[in-house]
Each structure stands twice: as C-alpha cells, then as structure tokens.
Design a protein around this ligand. Structure first.
Ligand code: ATP
Ligand code: MG
Ligand code: MG
Ligand code: MG
Length: 437
C-alpha cells in the first residue's frame, strides 16, 4: 500500500478528550473516529488491526472445537421476556420500537437468542457437546463511556455458548475455553491472568475474568507473581483430552478481582510475590447451569430417554477493547508498538527521496519482493521531511521500518529499524530483506 493513496488521517495535536494513552494514540494514529459518546467509526488502520485480532480469536475458538455462527444485532424483546431478563437488564439495554410498535432491542449479549436456536433444533444428548460462537457488535448504554474503545457503548465482542448434558460435561467445555483464552491473549502479545470472579447465584468456582495488568485498568486486582511466568499451552494441546492439569496450574496460585478478594489468602503469599495492581478485563468465562435452558425449555433426551434442561456456559472476549489493552501494554513516548501478530502492516518502507528515479525504482522493487513473500508493506512515498516520515512510522507502530535513500543505495545499503527496541542498523539490501522475509 502506498501512503499517498491510503487514508491515514494522522492528528498532529493531542486530542483533549482522551484521558488515557491508548485512546490518545488510536485517535492520533487515525485508527478510529468518534461519532457519538462511546460510538466509533473504524478507519482503515484501526479496522486492519481489529480484523487481525478477530482472526486470532476465531482461530483459537475453532481449535478448541467451537463453531462459528452469526446472530443479528437486533433482537426481539419477547425472547428476553422468556428468560425474565427484559425488565431486569435495566438502562444498559438500548430498547427500540419498530414501525409496527413491536419492542426490539440492540443486543448487549446473546444467551437468550442462542438458547432459542438450540432448543429449535437439538433434541438428543448425542448432539452434545456443542459450542457455538459469533463475533458481533453489541450495544450497552454504559453510564460512563470512556477511554475510547475500552469502554464503548457499541463494541465488538466474541461470545461463545456451550451446551452439555450435565455439570461434568459443562466443566470440560469450560476448561476448553479457559485454555483457548490463555492461547488467544498470548498470541496477541499479552499476559492475561485468569482471576476468580463472581459466579452470582450459581456459586462454585466456574467464573474467571481474564485480566491484563495496566495502571489505567478499571478494576483493582490481586495475584501471585508466579502467574506471570507460567508456560502457555501449545498449539498441539489436545482439546479432546483432559485439560484439568493445565487449568489447575493456572488456578492454583492466588488471583482474584476486588469483588472476590480475600486479604488473608493474599497475605499468605510471600511478600515479594504479592501483586496488587490495576487490571483490564479482556475476557470473561462463566458457567451458569440451567439458568436459561430451564425457563426457555432447552432440553435434550438422555440415554434413558428422559428430557433434561442442558447445562450452559458463556465465554466473552472484548475484541474491540483488546486494541486499547494492547496499546496500553505496548507503547512508548513516540507511539504504538504493535506486536507482530496484529500489526496493521509488517513493514513501513520509507522512501527518503520520492521523485528520484533510482530510489523510486529500488523502493518499488523492494516492495514487490516483500509482498511476494507475503508481508504487508506500507510504503511512505510522500514528499515530506525525513523527521515527519519517522514520526509517522513511530506513531503507527509497525514492527519494522526499512529506510531507503539515494546515498545508501549508492553503497548498496539500506537502514533497518526494529520499532520495539529502537535498534537501527545499516546493512546491505540483501541482508535486510533476508532479515524480514
Ligand atoms: P465491564 O466489567 O468492563 O463492564 P462486563 O463484565 O460488563 O465488562 P461481560 O458481560 O463479561 O462484560 O462481557 C464480556 C467482555 O466484553 C468483557 O470481558 C469485556 O472485555 C468486553 N466488554 C464489556 N463491556 C464493554 C464495553 N462497554 N466496551 C468494550 N468492551 C466491553
Ligand atoms: Mg459492564
Ligand atoms: Mg466485569
Ligand atoms: Mg464480565
């Protein structure tokens, strides 16, 4: 992609309304544009990252055996009356009336709808286990939308729903999502710690929030430092096998959010391992038994022919919130530092002298070679000062910058900069290409 043909509306000024660094940087880097409180347009650079985050979330859901569907954003109020949540949900729900005076709503979550889909077609225990997920926009009329996409009103969520014959099956479904989440956040370049969360009326130990430690996080969290160094389950993990040892390793050391915090248990950890910090909730997994299947009549016949309500769980990931969380965890004074896995482009190719025949030719040839190798390249072919070029590349945070100018080319050399470390190296063009490809 040539910068001269791209749409990258960089802001020179720091937007006043942005209170935290990720919000500031997303606005400055031309990733998003606010349309109303907590409602954003995704501009090309932001959309590219959003799609890459979504792709990793999707790959790990699929690996763990979940199956993708797509449910609508608009739901019927009647569905929510069946579960009893239409009145209970309160002001966070955006309620809509259509031209026939039918009550509708913009979905804040999809337990009711997925239960309706399930009950309409699944009858037997033989069809279980089943886990269906989608990645769809949600709307919650938050009292205080803030921090950009971190607490939006419209936001993109991955929500999965599992169905099992009994609590034991549901525990295995829960463990599959638990492990999938460890892998997902790790592939996004982050350390997310599963922390015990409130299970509400159901009780038990089957609710975890996945938390990223960050000073700007909205929750107070407490954990054992050893969790920061635990190995992440590999891509070869057998999701049909017994995942209890992995879950046990991750749930053994102390970790809890404020609501579940037990000061005595925390103080039993050696002092140097106690972490009391702020955290961002990027995922939440939950077992809720027959809370929806019972009132909504989602039943399957067991081997004995007897019908019983299915045991369900739900598993959310804040896909759009993750962009803010990644930036909170990975930036410096100059701008964003994208992890390789979600960077909008792999390489920023900087032409130091656009209009100079040999330089233009060399840049075009390098661009072709990188793209042929499957890399995504943003080529700065604009006629701007060197300082402005470097500042833009640092701001948008591409993992590599390849700097090509007439003087270097005369010696067969280019400059390669790794954004994360700031290391710059002058080296022969061939070596630079080998490094990248
Ligand atoms: P929070 O405590 O931040 O309000 P929640 O507990 O209400 O979140 P869940 O119902 O657990 O959210 O939804 C699953 C995931 O969706 C959350 O873990 C979070 O990552 C994301 N999410 C929830 N609300 C928002 C929001 N307003 N903006 C962006 N992402 C959100
Ligand atoms: Mg909330
Ligand atoms: Mg929460
Ligand atoms: Mg939650």
């Amino acid at each position: 992609m040539r910068l001269s043909r791209y749409f990258l509306p960089i802001l020179k000024e720091t937007p006043k309304e942005a209170e935290i660094v990720s919000h500031r940087l997303m606005l400055r880097a031309g990733m998003i544009r606010q349309q109303a409180a907590g409602i954003y347009s995704w501009l090309p650079l932001g959309l590219k990252v959003l799609n890459k985050v979504g792709k990793i979330v999707r790959e790990e859901q699929n690996r763990a055996g979940a199956i993708e569907v797509l449910m609508p954003t608009i739901q019927s109020a009647d569905l929510w009356r069946e579960s009893g949540r239409y009145d209970a949900y309160g002001k966070e729900m955006l309620r809509i009336t259509d031209r026939h005076e039918r009550e509708m709503l913009f979905g804040p979550t999809n337990e009711e709808m997925i239960t309706e889909i399930f009950r309409s077609s699944v009858r037997s225990y033989r069809d279980l286990p089943l886990n269906l997920y989608h990645i769809q926009w949600k709307f919650r009329d938050e009292v205080r939308p803030r921090f950009g996409v971190m607490r939006g009103r419209e936001f993109l969520m991955k929500d999965a729903y599992s169905f099992d014959v009994d609590a034991e099956g549901a525990r295995r479904a829960y463990q599959r999502m638990f492990v999938a989440y460890l892998r997902t956040f790790n592939r996004l370049g982050m350390t997310a710690i599963p922390m015990q969360a409130d299970t509400g009326p159901i009780g038990g130990d089957m609710s975890h929030e996945f938390i990223i430690l960050a000073d700007t996080g909205e929750s107070a969290v407490f954990c054992d430092k050893s969790l920061l160094d635990l190995p992440i389950p590999g891509a070869d993990t057998d999701f049909d096998g017994d995942l209890s040892p992995i879950v046990a390793a991750w749930t053994g050391p102390y970790a809890a959010t404020e609501e579940k915090h037990d000061e005595a248990a925390f103080e039993a950890i050696p002092e140097e391992r106690r972490v009391a910090a702020r955290g961002i909730e990027v995922g939440h997994i939950f077992y809720f038994g027959t809370k929806y299947s019972e009132p909504m009549g989602a039943k399957v016949a067991g081997p004995d022919g007897q019908e019983k309500p299915v045991h369900m769980g739900s598993y959310g990931v804040g896909v759009s919130r993750l962009l803010g969380a990644i930036i909170e965890a990975s930036h410096d004074d100059a701008g964003i530092i994208w992890p390789d896995s979600v960077a909008p482009f792999d390489v920023g190719l900087i032409n130091m002298k656009p209009g100079d025949g040999p330089t233009d030719e060399a840049v075009a040839s390098i661009e072709r070679q990188l793209e042929a190798a499957g890399l995504e390249v943003l080529t700065d072919d604009a006629d701007t000062r060197a300082g402005a070029k470097f500042a833009t590349m640092d701001l948008i945070g591409l993992p590599w910058q390849l700097i090509v100018g007439p003087r270097g080319l005369a010696a067969g050399e280019v400059e390669l900069k790794r954004r994360a470390t700031g290391e710059r190296e002058t080296l022969p063009l061939e070596s630079a290409l080998r490094r990248l490809i």
